[in-house]
Ligand binder design. Structure first.
Ligand SMILES: Nc1ncnc2c1ncn2[C@@H]1O[C@H](COP(=O)(O)OP(=O)(O)OP(=O)(O)O)[C@@H](O)[C@H]1O
Ligand SMILES: [Mg+2]
Length: 491
């Protein structure tokens, strides 16, 4: 009843063996071999050697012992042992795959669904890392759909305005044809998704609501967090705000600017310049967006940053993170998932950039779990994301990565990465993910399911042959940065 696919040949090692292929075998196929001591042992085909695919190499995964632990076999397989295609039940049991939860897709090449535990995602954080165009946002969209189905509140930091399409059902003919295979149906989430713009409706006409930050009674500390000041500048700001406080219960940024202008110190100019820049963004308001409005059961709130300058984006992320963290500590809002796209912009690795949002994101990464505040961190430049944040993500979804620096960064941050795996992630096809998660015994390849709702990244269709798209984007970012650096820089 078992399907024979080959016979063990050549030198056998404890963790690896070759076999002569006699049946149908593809790369990443799961196979099993009988071992006198341990019973059935699971292995995965990692290499097809000959051009005519007559010889294959398999890596031993292990067997489940009586206690249900995945164990390494006590002896090697023997030459001439028969190799069989592993059956569904055996794979599920040995890999420790669960049934039900957050549905990510199918075990690569097999019709076996792969689920993640909702609690694990929220409490232990998740990262999606891969090169540009390999399906990060698409995969994030899959997780978001699943979390929405489970009524988990979501707050999505969306620099490019690509998540608004969660509202509409997937219209791609090609993807709709694949839905049956994945056992899903099209669905739009219009009634659950609320899009906020930090700019205004003429820049972002598709947004549902404005996003505003409380501009009343800004403290010295808050302003200091936003831009580094010299002692002299700090002194002026301190004095001014203290003076206002003695006269008024409520004050605006306008009041601070006025008061600072009255100072005799030459340090005042830089401060005025900075305060005016903030005022001009229009982000401050006396009717700010309340965190209780953003974080609601069954709702995904998207902060669509389209049209907002990078520094402003960071300021917004900083404020939102602080408020959700406080809000969770005081139980003012339900447990939630905070999605950070382009995380390298908001919590950059040291030596790359600086962002006001860095510290709070690091705090959420290390302490968020205690308060039911989950992070989903997405980036195309793993090497440029704060490794303190990445290393706190217990569920890792890695799609194709080719940049050697990024592969090195992944290896450093992820204990499971072997040199074989490094090679593997350079080759993974689009739509396939290497998944490592606490509930699953070892990293597996998953065919990420198609989206139920429309994917937003589609509109801009770039060739994936690496036509320097990543570089263009970075250039664009640098350009914006320099404009903004001029606006905001104070030192
Ligand atoms: N699981 C999948 N099933 C079907 N198509 C997919 C899948 N994953 C990715 N794609 C396709 O790949 C394209 C690129 O995916 P996506 O926009 O998610 O890339 P990205 O990694 O977020 O890129 P960027 O770095 O530019 O943000 C999508 O338009 C989609 O058509
Ligand atoms: Mg993307």
């Amino acid at each position: 009843m078992y399907k024979l696919v080959g016979t063990v040949t050549g030198e056998v090692q404890l963790h690896k063996f070759d076999f002569i292929v006699s049946g149908e075998v593809r790369i990443n196929e799961y196979v099993k071999v009988w071992n006198e001591l341990d019973g059935w042992v699971l292995a995965r085909v990692v290499k097809l050697v000959d051009a005519d695919k007559k010889r294959a190499t398999a890596e031993v995964i292990g067997y489940k012992d009586d206690r249900g632990f995945l164990m390494q076999p006590n002896s090697t397989v023997a030459r001439n042992d028969k190799v069989f295609k592993a059956d569904r039940a055996f794979i599920i049991e040995t890999l420790g795959l669960r049934s039900g939860g957050i549905y990510l897709g199918l075990l690569d090449g097999r019709n076996i669904p792969v689920y993640l535990r909702k609690e694990e995602l929220i409490q232990k954080h998740c990262s999606i890392l891969a090169k540009t165009g390999s399906g990060k946002s698409y995969t994030a969209g899959v997780l978001i759909e699943e979390l929405l189905e489970k009524n988990v509140p979501l707050l999505i930091i969306d620099p490019h305005g690509e998540y608004i399409t969660l509202k509409y059902e997937n219209r791609s003919e090609e993807e709709r044809r694949q839905m049956e295979k994945y056992g899903i149906t099209p669905r739009g989430y219009a009634s659950r998704v609320v899009v906020y713009t930090p700019t205004n409706f003429s820049i972002n006409p598709d947004a549902d609501r404005l996003f505003r930050i409380d501009g009343i009674n800004l403290s010295v500390k808050e302003l200091y967090d936003l831009f580094p000041m010299s002692d002299a500048q700090l002194g002026v700001l301190y004095q001014s705000i203290n003076d206002i406080k003695s006269q008024k219960e409520f004050y605006t940024i306008e009041d601070i600017i006025k008061k600072v202008s009255e100072s005799k110190s030459s340090a005042r100019w830089r401060i005025i310049h900075f305060l005016e820049r903030i005022r001009e963004t229009g982000i401050l308001s006396d009717s700010p967006t309340r965190i209780e409005e953003l974080v609601k059961v069954g709702q995904a709130s998207i902060i669509d940053m389209k049209g907002a300058e990078p520094e402003l984006q960071r300021l917004i992320v900083y404020r939102i993170c602080k408020e959700v963290f406080e809000g969770r500590k005081m139980n003012k809002i339900p447990p939630l998932m905070l999605v950070i796209e382009e995380a390298h912009n908001f919590c950059p690795e040291r030596g790359f950039e600086k962002a006001v949002s860095s510290n709070i994101l690091r705090t959420i990464a290390s302490e968020g779990r205690k308060f039911g505040l989950g992070l989903l961190v997405i980036s195309q430049r793993p090497a440029r994301v704060d490794k303190n944040v990445i290393s706190q993500c217990n569920t890792q979804i890695i799609l194709r990565v080719t940049n050697p620096n990024d592969i090195r960064a992944l290896s450093r941050g992820l204990e499971f990465m072997s040199s074989e795996m490094e090679e593997e992630i350079k080759r993974i096809p689009q739509g396939v993910a290497l998944l490592s998660s606490p509930g699953i015994e070892l990293p597996i390849l998953v065919d990420v399911r198609v989206r139920r709702s429309e994917h937003g990244g589609r509109a801009v269709d770039f060739d994936d042959s690496d036509n320097g798209r990543g570089e263009i984007e970075i250039e664009e970012q640098e350009r914006k940065k320099s404009i903004f650096a001029r606006l905001f820089s104070i030192t």
